[in-house]
Write a new protein. Structure first.
Length: 343
């Protein structure tokens, strides 16, 4: 099972991505072979294959990394071949020199590997003339250009759906967590119930991380993408994430404070009942914000379009034994209200 997991992905790449890679590779091979007669256009095919990535922006980044890596690798191989000849040990020397040069210039891992591979391929193919080096560089540029063109023209990928899904899940769970805390405050709790409440609140953090990663991925997929004008909703998704993230922190903090300072007399505190009502209203407003952003309308279909947190909560001084907890809950509630109302 472990060996299978090491060589297989949990998620299959889209078939369209495979088709685009094949089209780019074949196109680069044919074009480079036609423009640069001679050896098989291996460099062009490899460049096109590597450049076709899930987003156009990533393709540009990979194209730059690939092009610079090939140029440096080819120059190293050509220089060593002209100085030392074409003995087999020169190939090993070129690989080591290429790795050291990449390390010295703090190249990315991908670029560092590309420098070494390019140097090895040039010498292994048995050519050392400056013209050969120039041809391989031009061939690589042809490959990356064709790869970018194919990736941009054939249904450029836009990753807004995962961002919409993860934000919807985060918003729904955040509202449910607010409701659970609201239901727990005025009711005596057992140690097991307190532990469950704390555990469920902590689960918000990985959901927030997943939503942030999905939104960032969606934004990146928009860069240099001809279809970006059709997906302007990514701005609303970023705005919603910016609003929900601090609320996640506040809710976890409120649950932690309740867990740490709980006692059985807390449910008799009138202020706690008022805070519970405010938490339910905050849950309503979180669902409303998710609905307005249209990331998960089904989960908020029954939510009123009127915000519930309309005025700040004013309470009487709590009992002396509860003022620390009540003060902490009130401050976190104030911050949540500020995020939801944009104050």
């Amino acid at each position: 099972m472990r060996m299978t997991a090491a060589v297989r992905s949990t998620k299959r790449a889209p078939l369209l991505q495979v088709v685009k890679s094949a089209v780019a590779t074949i196109g680069a091979w044919l074009v480079a072979g036609w423009l640069i007669p001679g050896p098989l256009p291996v460099f062009a095919a490899i460049a096109a294959l590597l450049v076709v990535l899930p987003s156009v922006n990533q393709s540009f980044t990979k194209a730059l990394e690939r092009s610079v890596g090939v140029i440096v690798g080819v120059l190293i191989a050509t220089g060593l071949s002209l100085l030392l000849g074409q003995q087999s040990w020169v190939v090993l020397l070129a690989i080591v020199v290429a790795m050291l040069v990449a390390w010295a210039f703090r190249a990315t891992p991908g670029m560092g590997n590309q420098v070494a591979i390019s140097a090895m391929l040039v010498l292994a193919l048995g050519a050392s003339s400056p013209q050969y080096a120039v041809d391989r560089i031009v061939e690589t540029i042809i490959g990356v250009v064709i790869g970018i063109i194919v990736n941009a023209l054939i249904v450029p990928p836009v990753h807004t759906a995962p961002a919409r899904r993860d934000l919807g899940l985060l918003g729904a769970e955040l509202a449910s967590t607010l409701d659970r805390l609201a239901n727990a405050l005025p009711t005596p709790q057992t140690p097991a119930q307190l532990q469950e409440l704390m555990l469920e609140a902590r689960l918000l953090r990985p959901m927030q991380t997943a939503a942030a990663a999905s939104v960032t991925d969606a934004e990146e997929s928009m860069n240099f993408n001809p279809r970006r004008s059709q997906h302007a909703d990514i701005v609303e998704m970023r705005t919603l994430l910016t609003m929900l993230s601090p609320i996640v922190t506040q809710v976890i903090g409120m649950t932690r404070a309740y867990f740490d300072h709980y006692d059985d007399t807390l449910s008799d505190e009138p202020t706690v009942h008022a805070i519970a009502e405010q938490l339910r209203r905050a849950g309503h407003d979180v669902r409303l914000a998710v609905q307005i952003a249209d990331v998960a309308p089904a989960s908020a279909a029954d939510t009123s379009a009127i915000q519930a947190l309309t005025t700040p909560l004013e309470v009487r001084p709590p009992a002396s034994g509860h003022w620390i907890l009540v003060g902490s809950l009130m401050e976190d509630l104030r911050r949540i209200r500020g995020e939801l109302l944009g104050d």
